[in-house]
Structure formats: structure tokens, C-alpha cells
Design a binder for this molecule. Structure first.
Ligand code: ADP
Ligand code: MG
Length: 163
């Protein structure tokens, strides 16, 4: 387990934080993004996508599709999920196990899938500070990736909080 916290002061900074995360996590990683509407989850996904070679403008928000699949990334937004059964129809369990990076917005809608699952999960809690300031708390539930991330955030000039 490892943890770190970083703050951003613009959309562009959040994208760059996403890029650092996307270029640092091993394949198969599941990234759970929680936090209120507008706190920057999809912006972060755009940066992650960029790091994985996917044009950022292909990442949509808001959207009526729950699952968006790319070569190296699966972007899942559970905000409009009607029921847990609907997830089974989407092949959610198989997706979780594949080698691509998975990013999941509103993961609390499928909380049972992630509890003590043994899956390689990184949790990111996004929150508002003031104006265009956002804070991202990152918890690597299985490994030490946050030490590496913290170093990269610091050398990228980001505001890193001691945790
Ligand atoms: P979510 O997916 O969490 O609902 P989005 O990334 O879609 O959030 O939207 C974030 C909103 O907040 C956008 O309107 C964006 O312009 C605004 N914003 C302001 N400052 C930031 C920041 N530092 N990081 C990300 N978004 C920001
Ligand atoms: Mg979103």
C-alpha cells in the first residue's frame, strides 16, 4: 500500500497529472476515480488516455454509454448505471481482468466488485479546494507506485502534500 496527494490549479495541470499517472501504472491496473461532479475525474482520464496514445478528445463526458473501449484503455462511467445486473450484461467482470488500463468513474455504484477483490486497484479521490484548485488523493492498494508518482509530481513542479 502507498499513498500520495497532489493539487492542481488548472485543467491543464490536471491533464498533466493524469499523463504522469497513465505513464506510471502497470498494465491491467484498475483506477477508481471518486468525487463529486465537476471535480476533475474526466479531465484526469483525458491525461491518462494521452499517456496511452489515445487522443484526449476521444474521451467523452458526459455520455450515455457506460463503457468506452480503446486499444490500451477502458473508460467506464457508472454515473448512469441502473442496476448491478446491467453490469453483467456489459461483461464488466471480464473487462476488470483484462490487460488494459481501466479507469472507472463513480465506482461506488459497483462497490461489491472491488471489495477484497485482490485486483490491482488504485483509488483516486478527487476533491474541490477553491476556484480552479483541485486535490487528488491517490492510494495504491497493492503496491508502492505512489512513491514513484510523488517524485514525478515534485519534479513536474506540482504542489505535493505530505501524507
Ligand atoms: P468530473 O468528471 O469529475 O465530473 P470533469 O473533469 O468532467 O469532472 O470537469 C471538471 C470541471 O472543472 C470542468 O468544467 C473544468 O473546466 C473545471 N476545472 C476547473 N479547474 C480544474 C482543475 N484544476 N482540474 C480539473 N478541472 C477543473
Ligand atoms: Mg466525469
Amino acid at each position: 500500500m502507498s499513498k500520495c496527494r497532489v493539487r492542481t490549479f488548472s485543467v491543464e495541470e490536471t491533464r498533466r497529472v493524469g499523463e504522469i499517472i497513465g505513464s506510471s501504472v502497470p498494465e491491467g491496473t484498475i483506477i477508481l476515480l471518486s468525487g463529486d461532479l465537476g471535480c476533475g475525474k474526466t479531465t484526469l482520464v483525458r491525461g491518462i488516455a494521452k499517456a496511452l496514445g489515445i487522443p484526449e478528445d476521444e474521451i467523452s463526458s458526459p455520455s450515455f454509454n457506460i463503457v468506452h473501449e480503446y486499444d490500451s484503455l477502458v473508460h467506464i462511467d457508472l454515473y448512469r448505471l441502473d442496476s448491478i445486473e446491467a453490469l453483467e450484461d456489459l461483461g464488466f467482470e471480464e473487462i476488470l481482468l483484462d490487460r488494459r488500463i481501466k479507469v472507472i468513474e463513480w465506482p461506488q455504484m459497483a462497490a461489491d466488485y472491488f471489495k477484497e477483490s485482490g485486483l490491482p486497484i488504485i483509488k483516486i479521490s478527487c476533491s474541490f479546494c477553491k476556484d480552479d484548485e483541485r486535490e487528488f488523493e491517490i492510494v495504491d492498494t497493492v503496491g508502492k507506485i505512489c512513491q514513484k508518482l510523488e517524485n514525478k509530481f515534485r519534479s513536474g513542479g506540482f504542489y505535493v502534500k505530505d501524507s
